[in-house]
Design a protein around this ligand. Structure first.
Ligand code: GAL
Length: 442
């Protein structure tokens, strides 16, 4: 099946065309230099150790590497949070300046201190490989190089994430006509893992991108291979994988990856948002600390309606989902910053028990989801899937609870009294979500 995740519905920024013209010219130069071997690793990046040129003629033949399991699950004990360039900058607008500016705003707007500390440079940073096969960042877009960018992020208390693919073709090669070739990690897994470690990378987004079709790769084997190479570097690097849920990664990825996409790309519209939430029903059993289902990055503030923004945030927290902001943090309005940093929602997302929410009911335009929390409290969400304002209720018995509980509206941060039987929702706006926290009394 051909993934359709990248084409439709994505925001294309008007200035992309002007930047693209400059980029293509710059890449031509870079590629030519790389091809002639004139592109010295020392000039572009600070890697000095010569490395053997790996063979790219032998595709991976279904290796059976052993994942590190407990080591891997010791990373990302709560769902990773941060900012990722893709939903905002996509391919043509990506640059070091844009990433640094986003990182600055993540700090200055209080998002970093709320927990959003991974800054992930997604696809389109690559310009090729040097004479030793080492990946190089596009010197026009990333003039200081990746090591310097990592140092900058670390100096601000942030962590550095980067994007790569297990096959020969990145998704932007395929979907965005990104012209640079030879930047996939097939045959270069050990070298790329070490390069990322040398750059101070803390998080790798490893994206399958049709590698089953182009390169004959098998998902589990390809991701496990990189997992092992990351471990061999000795640097703790969180591994985020995406193959869009196609090989049911939740059944094999815990212990291999820290998070795995459960679906194709999330677009900033209601149908896509609803589809992604619905795709999570039944997956809670596979998530645990260090191993998270990933319904994709936040599209909050990218064109969803106000209630839909609340739904994405509240439901992602119910799902113990990784939270990656995908918009410009510098221009984000304060209401969105407040929603993203709502400490009561984040406490649910980051609850150390790591128990993902379950769908308990889907009827009359409202879905009820429930989630056990570590301190004996419980989160219940009323997701209004209808086009009208609705309210609903659920009994403690339906939630598997007994006793008396205080009820707190975590979205609006108001107390709603106590209950020993029925938990009523406030009125939930169309497409909105009420998320209530129940704390046992006594
Ligand atoms: C897609 C992936 C997106 C983004 C893009 C880059 O496959 O789902 O999140 O990484 O590739 O080309």
């Amino acid at each position: 099946m051909i993934p359709q995740h990248a084409a439709a519905g994505r925001r294309v920024r008007v200035i992309a065309f002007a930047v693209a013209g400059v980029l293509v010219a710059g890449l031509g130069t870079t590629a030519a230099l790389a091809a002639t071997g004139a592109f010295s690793a020392g000039r572009v990046e600070t890697i000095t150790t010569p490395r053997p040129t790996p063979s790219v003629t032998e595709p991976e033949v279904t290796p059976t590497p052993t994942p590190t399991g407990p080591y891997r699950e010791g990373l990302a004990l709560t769902p990773p949070m941060g900012w990722n360039s893709w939903n905002y900058l996509r391919c043509n607008d990506l640059s070091e300046a844009a990433v640094r500016s986003a990182a600055d705003a993540i700090v200055s707007r209080g998002l970093a201190s709320a927990g959003y500390d991974y800054i992930v440079v997604d696809d389109c940073w690559q310009a090729g490989r040097d004479a030793n096969g080492v990946l190089i960042a596009d010197p026009a877009r990333f003039p200081s190089g990746m090591k310097a960018l990592g140092d900058y992020l670390h100096s601000k208390g942030l962590k550095f994430g980067i994007y790569a693919v297990p096959g020969t073709v990145t998704c932007a090669n395929y979907w965005d006509k990104y012209p640079v070739r030879g930047i996939g990690s097939l045959g270069y897994e050990a070298l790329d893992a070490q390069t990322f470690a040398d750059w101070g990378v803390d998080f790798l987004k490893y994206d399958f991108c049709r590698a089953e079709i182009n390169d004959g790769l098998v998902e589990q084997a390809a991701f496990t291979l990189m997992e092992q190479e990351l471990v061999k570097t000795g640097r703790d690097i969180v591994l985020s994988i995406s193959e869009y849920g196609e090989s049911q990664p939740w059944t094999w990825a815990p212990g291999i990856a820290n998070m795995w996409r459960t679906s194709h790309d999330l677009h900033p519209n209601w149908k896509s948002l609803a589809d992604h939430i619905n795709a999570e029903a039944g997956l809670s059993q596979y998530a645990r600390p260090g191993a998270w289902n990933d319904p994709d990055m936040l599209q909050l503030a990218n064109g969803l309606g106000p209630n839909e923004n609340i739904t994405q945030m509240a439901m992602w927290c119910m799902l113990a989902a990784p939270l990656f902001i995908g918009t410009d943090p510098a221009t984000l309005d304060q209401a969105h910053v407040d929603l993203l940093t709502n400490p009561e929602l984040l406490a649910i997302d980051q609850d150390p028990l790591g128990r993902q929410g379950d769908r308990l009911r889907d009827a009359d335009g409202i879905q009820v989801w429930g989630r056990q929390l570590s301190d004996g409290s419980y989160a219940v969400a009323f997701w209004n899937t209808s086009y009208s304002n609705l309210s609903s209720s659920v009994t403690l018995a339906e939630l598997g609870l007994s006793g008396t509980f205080t009820v707190r509206d975590a979205v609006n941060r108001v107390d709603l009294g106590t209950t020993a039987d029925v938990v009523g929702s406030p009125v939930v706006g169309a497409h909105g979500t009420a998320l209530l926290r129940l704390d046992p009394v006594g």
